[in-house]
Design a protein around this ligand. Sequence first.
Ligand SMILES: Cc1cc2nc3c(=O)[nH]c(=O)nc-3n(C[C@H](O)[C@H](O)[C@H](O)COP(=O)(O)OP(=O)(O)OC[C@H]3O[C@@H](n4cnc5c(N)ncnc54)[C@H](O)[C@@H]3O)c2cc1C
Length: 426
Amino acid sequence: MKTVHVYGGGLAGSEAASFLLRKGYEVYLHERRPRKSDGAHKTGLLGELVCSNSLKSERLDNACGLLKAEMALLGSIVMESAERFRLGAGSALAVDRTGFARYIDEKLSSDPNFHRIEEQIEAVPEEGILCTGPLTDGKLLSSLEELSGSGSCHFFDATAPIVDAKSIDMSIAYRKNRFEDGDGDYINCPFDLKEDYFAFVNELINAEKIMPHGGKKEYFEGCLPIEIIASRGPNTLRFGPLTPMGLEQEGKRRPYAVVQLRKDNLLGDAYNMVGFQTNLTYPEQRRVFSLVPGLRNAKFIRYGLMHRNSYLSSPDVLSDNLSFKKRPSLFAAGQLIGVEGYVESAASGIMAAVYYDQQASGKDFDPLPSDTMLGALLHYVTHAESKHFQPMAAVYSLLPYVKKEERLALAEDILKRVGEYAKKVL
Ligand SMILES: Cc1cc2nc3c(=O)[nH]c(=O)nc-3n(C[C@H](O)[C@H](O)[C@H](O)COP(=O)(O)OP(=O)(O)OC[C@H]3O[C@@H](n4cnc5c(N)ncnc54)[C@H](O)[C@@H]3O)c2cc1C
């Protein structure tokens, strides 16, 4: 029996382990949790979601929706679990985070060929699949920097607070999904008065923040803290995460701005503040967010927190098959390689495992075509201009241009090709 070592049991590592178990490998998964945590992960479960419980849109004309459909064809354990633990969230796929991770953990752990080794990796391994994620730190990070011959890149991003549902004032807040009629899955907290919105923005911008060592931080434009978005102009939130469009209530004037909260668990007793990633101190989060109508007495189950995200300069460091140029038996996946987002990280874990298996079985490298969403994303990561390399999420602009209204037809065509590829590699 062939043996493989996977390092890190987050989203990418779980996918890689799952694929290789299916291919008959004996899998050794090295994971430091629960003995050592990083502040973002809260459990010892494999496949834990660290912040939002949303896997984004399910629509095929949305890039992440297409990516998820491709993953399902490639046998994704993340998609399998998400289907089982889905929560209502309009056109988005949100999941009960505990059920979701527990399913992945139990499914992998119950396989007789799966062995979990609880340990912290301190040096870049010689072979296997490295999926230690954006919070890779300490000696392993230094060792990676040494191997790459350059400092790793990094940016800062944050988690959003989670609120106890019982503490939301539903005489002010209301349920509705954007652009849908009737009651919806989201809880909406409306700023009816312009003055209240501007007072909130003012407090948000001036609130006390946690400053990292060194003072200045670099953010990733795709996931800016709410206070940074607000600081770019008083109306930016109204045209961003707090847009009231599609959230009108019958017989009422459209609110000036709306804060949305998304169900975070199956019980429905915890709600995630959508787009509220923040680096405010905890007392300031309590004070400023209680200015949101309906949240005056909000109880916070979890506060937002900022983290340093590390990623490799993959165009320099990785080959097309996601193996290290300087260590061809070691492959990498997940946010560490410069993809951005839960779904993207998980998806790259599947492909690192596919490519690992091709190499370990002595087969020629057979890449997922670069005109599929996942193929295009991985092609970007390994071929982008390295000087300005930044993490990349799934976006339609990675694919040959088509008009918006032609995306569905393109997606159907892509899924046929991914299906054919899956038949070869599964
Ligand atoms: C704070 C934060 C919030 C985020 N919020 C979102 C969000 O809301 N939505 C979204 O789409 N994306 C979000 N992301 C981005 C990204 O999608 C997630 O980080 C995702 O979990 C990445 O998957 P991964 O498998 O690469 O890493 P992870 O899921 O982090 O998995 C890495 C695993 O490796 C383990 N590990 C790390 N170092 C070692 C070591 N030395 N030895 C052994 N084990 C180790 C960790 O314990 C962990 O289990 C967020 C990232 C961060 C850091």
